[in-house]
Design a protein around this ligand. Structure first.
Ligand SMILES: [Zn+2]
Length: 399
């Protein structure tokens, strides 16, 4: 398969501190051993790079070296996650996958001439819907061509995302969007619509499961139809920006894939950083002490840490344990509160969400944090691999 063609099954993994690429790749190797190719895509957004103070080149080099070390011979990619026209430049060296985010452009008025031209080309589609999305798709085209000018046509994977917006797109809207994308000559391979329900960071899906299931299947059929009608790449598939750990929608996704033989890109993110913390806590000693210190700081700074993520977290401060309480916790208590096991009564999803957005605290600790990750590498890696394989890859891709 071509280097710039995305395979049927792929998983987006985040690695905030660029220390877990091998442990993550290990999870894809476990899937390969069971006969299923799940292609890893390392994703990191501009916002994450800014918070951590890292550069896209570090994601590329961590991925490259993990691939070399583990002898991975299948494709892998590095995703410039949620870029726009202004932020894409720093990614142009390191990335071969671009998530072109035009959610902010939805609803911006298109010109009468543009709408008329669309109606002329597509009498079968709603011009009202087109009017809502045409400007966003035009902007996606502008960004796509900026990338293409540097990377060259066919040398990278374009995704368009519209998930970070208020209301979900219907399948009818998706068809209009895809027709417009085809008119704009963007050879997208993945599209990330906003789905019904809440996709809070690091915790399970909240919403109407039945509605999600129906929406997801309809979107798959819509994509199949659009590929036929509007000449889009044959491997075009849905990208689910999960915000990590949407366990209750994994089964419906799996069922829909099985029924339709469609592919999917499942984007996870901060779940790996939380496994690092779990590994440190499990290690005990100075690992546990640092995990507690990170919690205490995150607790103090919770308002500032949560602000950029306000739309995608639901934390009730009353359910956050006081740092003085956490200070007395054993390894088991800390791990039980944080590890995403909903059957464990000690699991605390408020604490989990706070720590999910609290990676800035660890970033500020710098070497102190990284040294302990390295010191406790085996136990951290074990948690990262197990989490990714058992809780994500297995239910979605292996069934
Ligand atoms: Zn997203």
């Amino acid at each position: 398969m071509e280097k710039s063609s995305l395979s049927k099954y792929s998983i987006g993994v985040g690695d905030r501190f660029a220390h877990q690429a091998e442990a993550q790749l290990q999870a894809c190797l476990l899937a390969a051993k069971q006969g299923v190719d799940v292609i890893p895509v390392w994703n990191k957004s501009n916002r994450e790079h800014n918070i951590i103070g890292s550069e896209p080149a570090s994601v590329r080099s961590a991925a490259d070296s993990a691939v070399r070390k583990l002898g991975w011979t299948k494709p892998y990619h590095v995703d410039a996650d949620h870029i726009n026209f202004e932020t894409v430049d720093r990614f142009l060296e390191a990335s071969d996958f671009y998530t072109i985010d035009v959610a902010d452009w939805i609803g911006k008025p298109a010109s009468a001439a543009q709408i008329e031209a669309f109606a002329h080309r597509h009498p079968e589609l709603s011009t009202r819907t087109a009017a809502k999305y045409l400007t966003a798709v035009t902007e996606a085209g502008r960004i796509y061509r900026k990338i293409e000018a540097v990377q060259g046509q066919g040398n990278f994977i374009p995704e368009i995302s519209m998930d970070e917006t208020d209301s979900p797109q219907t399948s009818a809207e998706l068809l209009v969007i895809l027709a417009a994308i085809s008119d704009e000559k963007i050879p997208i391979q993945t599209i990330a619509p906003k789905f019904t329900g809440r996709f809070n960071k690091g915790v399970d899906y909240q919403g109407d499961l039945e509605k999600f299931t129906e929406e997801f299947s309809n979107d798959i059929s819509t994509i199949a139809l659009a590929v036929e009608k509007y000449d889009l790449p044959r491997n075009l598939k849905l990208s689910v920006h999960s915000g990590s750990d949407k366990f209750s929608i994994y089964r419906p996704i799996r069922e829909a894939l099985r029924k339709t033989n469609a592919g999917v890109h499942l984007k996870t993110a901060g779940t790996t950083w939380l496994e690092e913390l779990i590994g440190l806590a499990e290690a005990g000693g100075d690992g546990l002490a640092l995990a507690k210190e990170i919690y205490a700081q995150a607790y103090e700074q919770r308002e500032a840490l949560c602000a950029p993520y306000a739309a995608v977290i639901d934390i009730d401060p009353q359910h956050l344990p006081a740092p003085g309480t956490v200070e007395k916790w054993t390894s088991d208590q800390f791990v039980a509160a944080l590890r995403h096991d909903q059957s464990n009564p000690a699991f605390n999803n408020h604490l989990r969400q706070l720590l999910h957005v609290g990676f800035k605290v660890a970033a500020k600790l710098g070497r102190r944090y990284l040294d302990l990750l390295e010191k406790f590498e085996p136990i951290v890696a074990k948690n990262v691999t197990e989490n990714l394989f058992e809780r994500h890859i297995r239910p979605v891709f292996l069934g």
